[in-house]
Design a protein around this ligand. Structure first.
Ligand code: MLT
Ligand code: MN
Ligand code: ZN
Length: 281
């Protein structure tokens, strides 16, 4: 399995267009830009799936040779999009895929019911929706299987609460031929026992790196809500749990512009992912 990290910033990106905070100013000066969170994954090198579709998707696709179209005029290696939230930073890129001849979209029933892009996309492309449900693995082209774990109930600001509240999920993508697995959990409000079991035995995991510490939003931006209240366990709070999984390579993505690791090196053992990085599993 190969994983191409397309973007590593939280909503707004780094730097954010209207932000002159220290982190954004540093990134602007140094040119250390990060586009918004998402990855592409393949089992066979031919069929690729996008995990999330950020507003930066077009730029991300154009800078990833593996995802170029061809040989036919409208052939594309992109077979579908798997969504882990309905948030705008993970879904507005869907509208940019409207030129597709066919679009397969995978998400929980909660996310599929809420997404404003779905009725719009139906007018442009042959849209196929696939429901992700806990305990029912979904098979993808190229020998991959996706398992889903609901991890959060944060409702996007534009949406209404729903009784089925699988708003935020973690994914475990496994390659049937090699037996290797990649866990994607860039929005993780808490490290629960269920998540601990979900990650056990995986090879690589991309975790929530939105905030470095509990006090970062208050210190850097004067915010009163804590990272956990915003649906993001800070990196420092996840570190003790990582020690229970010595066989897993952990990387952090979805960095907020207040996170000092967005522009400066993170201290060992924190490994921060970077845009364009390729992971071979
Ligand atoms: C989040 O990750 O918490 C959301 O994407 C926040 C947002 O961009 O509104
Ligand atoms: Mn986000
Ligand atoms: Zn900023």
């Amino acid at each position: 399995m190969r994983v191409r990290i397309l973007g590593t910033a939280a909503g707004g990106g780094v730097p954010q267009w209207n932000c002159a905070c220290t982190g954004c100013a540093t990134a602007r000066r140094a040119g250390t830009h990060r586009t918004q969170d998402g990855v592409a994954v393949t089992g066979d090198g031919a069929a690729w799936y996008l995990i999330n579709a950020s507003p930066d998707l077009r730029t991300q696709l154009l800078s990833t040779g593996d995802l170029d179209p061809g040989p036919g005029r409208r052939d594309t290696p992109i077979r579908g999009v798997v969504l882990t939230t309905a948030e705008l930073d993970h879904t507005t890129g869907l509208l940019g895929l409207r030129e597709a001849g066919r679009l397969d979209l995978y998400a929980t029933a909660t996310v599929l019911a809420a997404l404003p892009a779905i009725p719009i996309l139906r007018r442009y492309t042959d849209l196929h929706l696939h429901q992700l449900t806990t305990g029912s693995p979904v098979t993808l082209d190229g020998g991959l299987t996706v398992r889903t774990l609901p991890v959060g109930v944060k409702v996007p600001r534009y949406a209404d609460p729903r009784p089925d509240d699988a708003w935020v999920t973690a994914l475990r993508i496994s390659d049937g031929r090699t037996g290797r697995s990649f866990v994607y959990a860039t929005c993780l409000p808490a490290w629960t026992d269920a998540f601990d079991a979900f990650i056990a035995g995986a090879d690589t995991a991309l975790l929530d790196g939105t905030f470095s510490t509990d006090d970062e939003p208050a210190r850097a931006a004067g915010l009163t809500r804590t990272p956990r209240e915003m649906g993001h366990l800070p990196i420092a709070a996840a570190l003790p749990a990582l020690r229970r999984h010595p066989g897993v390579r952990f990387l952090f993505g979805h960095l907020n512009n207040t996170n000092p690791y967005a522009s400066a090196p993170a201290p060992v053992p924190v490994e921060v992912a970077h845009d364009g990085q390729e992971l071979q599993l």
